[in-house]
Ligand binder design. Structure first.
Ligand SMILES: *Cc1c(COP(=O)(O)O)cnc(C)c1O
Length: 457
């Protein structure tokens, strides 16, 4: 070992010496000793590794300060808010739908104490937690019955397990898809114990393909919305009505995995069409399934609506208990559904506020942010996306703040991402792009102070 490195190692302070330092003793008033010891040992290990790597030994003060910084950061939850300036409204990695003020207020209220989750106020007897959303979902979609579980992946797994275990389910080859995050229809099918019977080809499937595959073992016909991709060119698929008509003739329910679970008509907002829950119900599906936190704009949940007898069967399935939703999300979902019932979703549900934001309003905000950044930024025309595995290929015209990267665009993006609160933008060519559409009004002040701190030059 070189003499210098040896001196370096010998200079590394002991745990006891650090524990007797005034700064660390201050921390000991707040944090438990084992927690402090873990931080000290971790930092000392890092110091030794740095010396072994040929770096100069850190001074005692530097080490003590860095232990304090580590303790403070370990004492913060690692999950925290970020500002989404990507322009992707339903960004799966950023937690999908932000919730309305009313929804978060009801979640907080219900989290704080006890709630009437499963108690019937009239009789005092045990009730079902689902009553808090069932009639809302039925009113909004026209369905006979409704059930809510952990997420849409669970909803699909529950429906297949409950209705088609050891039986066959027919799916078009074009719909045996992967939604992302490991959700693949063939895998979910296998997990449920149902046998996948694929019919047609990747681009073309006809009613006659389904019909020819129906046997005495067939339990259902499944439609899966191709949420996150589009097929262009020569393609043919069976309409939901066509599938339901065949199901009726053969006594088979149609299970419809819609993905997003929209309750509003996306075409009224200049977007492509996205299947709506109420349309599936009106068409006569056995069950329609969707997410709660995509275009519905609520908390994570899996929504199942449809025929009473089928929903009942799922409700009694043991998996339903394993997938059940908690009181907090139930509260947020109920309040979100109420926005739709009151006809105020477009103004109250953040996802729809963002989608329906007028371009001149976005332009005004972009101009304001831009002024702060001086000559290194400009407002450009661009697009926002809905994202979250919905409306692929559909964009919304927007105005973006484009910050010139001058070859350091990744560093700029990192600076914004690493500060507090973190700001996430997107990079295109040598530009850092910030889209006001997905930044909430109440986040604007902190965003502006983050922009002010940007080291441009
Ligand atoms: C997103 C999606 C799912 C999974 O929904 P989660 O709520 O994320 O579990 C399943 N099916 C389709 C078609 C989807 O788009």
């Amino acid at each position: 070992m070189p003499a210098e490195m040896d001196r370096g190692f010998r200079g590394v302070p002991s745990v006891d010496r650090l524990l007797s330092d005034g700064r660390i003793q201050q921390l000991e008033k707040v944090y438990a000793r084992p927690f402090l010891l873990r931080a000290i040992r971790q930092r000392l290990e890092e110091v030794r590794l740095a010396i072994a790597g040929g770096e100069a030994a850190a001074s005692f003060d530097e080490i003590a300060e860095s232990v304090c910084a580590l303790v403070e950061s370990m004492a913060q939850p690692s999950l925290h808010p970020v500002i989404n300036a990507t322009g992707v409204v339903l960004h799966t990695n950023l937690g999908r739908a932000p919730l309305s003020r009313e929804a978060t207020a009801s979640m907080e209220e219900c989290a704080r104490g006890y709630v009437n989750l499963e108690i019937d106020a009239d009789t005092g007897k045990r009730g079902s937690r689902l009553v808090h959303v069932e009639s809302l979902l039925c009113q909004l979609t026209g369905a006979e019955a409704a059930l809510v579980v952990n997420n849409n992946a669970s909803a699909v797994l529950l429906a297949l397990s409950g209705l088609a275990r050891r039986k066959e389910v027919i799916v078009s080859r074009g719909q045996a898809v992967e939604i992302g995050g490991g959700f693949r229809i063939p895998d979910v099918m296998r997990q449920s114990g149902a046998k996948l019977v694929e019919v047609g080809t990747t681009n073309c499937t006809y009613v006659s393909d389904y019909e020819a595959a129906i046997t005495a073992r067939t339990a259902a016909l499944l439609r899966v919305h191709s949420s996150n991709f589009v097929v262009l060119g020569y393609a043919e698929s069976v309409t939901l009505e066509g599938l339901i008509e065949l199901g009726k003739r053969c006594g088979l329910p149609v299970l419809d995995d819609l993905g997003s679970g929209c309750l509003l008509d996306t075409t009224e907002f200049g977007l492509g069409p996205e299947p709506m829950l109420q349309e599936s119900v009106a068409a006569g599906v056995g069950l329609a399934m969707s997410s709660g936190d995509k275009l519905l704009g609520g908390p994570q949940a899996g929504i199942i609506v449809g025929q009473g007898a089928l929903v009942d069967k799922l409700r009694r399935h043991p998996l339903a208990r394993a997938m059940r939703i908690d009181k907090i999300r139930l509260a947020g979902l109920a309040t979100t559904l109420l926005h739709y019932l009151k006809g105020e979703a477009e103004t109250k549900v953040p996802v729809w506020r963002m989608i329906s934001a007028p371009v001149d309003e976005i332009e005004g905000r972009a101009q304001r942010w831009c002024r702060l950044l001086g000559g290194s930024a400009s407002v450009i025309e661009g697009v926002s996306m809905v994202g979250g595995g919905s409306l692929p290929g559909s964009t919304l015209p927007s105005r973006l703040v484009a910050v010139k990267g001058r070859g350091k665009v990744n560093r700029l993006a990192e600076q914004l991402r690493r500060g507090s609160p973190p700001v996430i933008g997107r990079i295109e060519r040598d530009l850092l792009l910030l889209d006001p559409r997905t930044v909430l009004a109440e986040e604007e002040d902190s965003l502006l102070s983050r922009l002010r701190s940007l080291q441009l030059s």
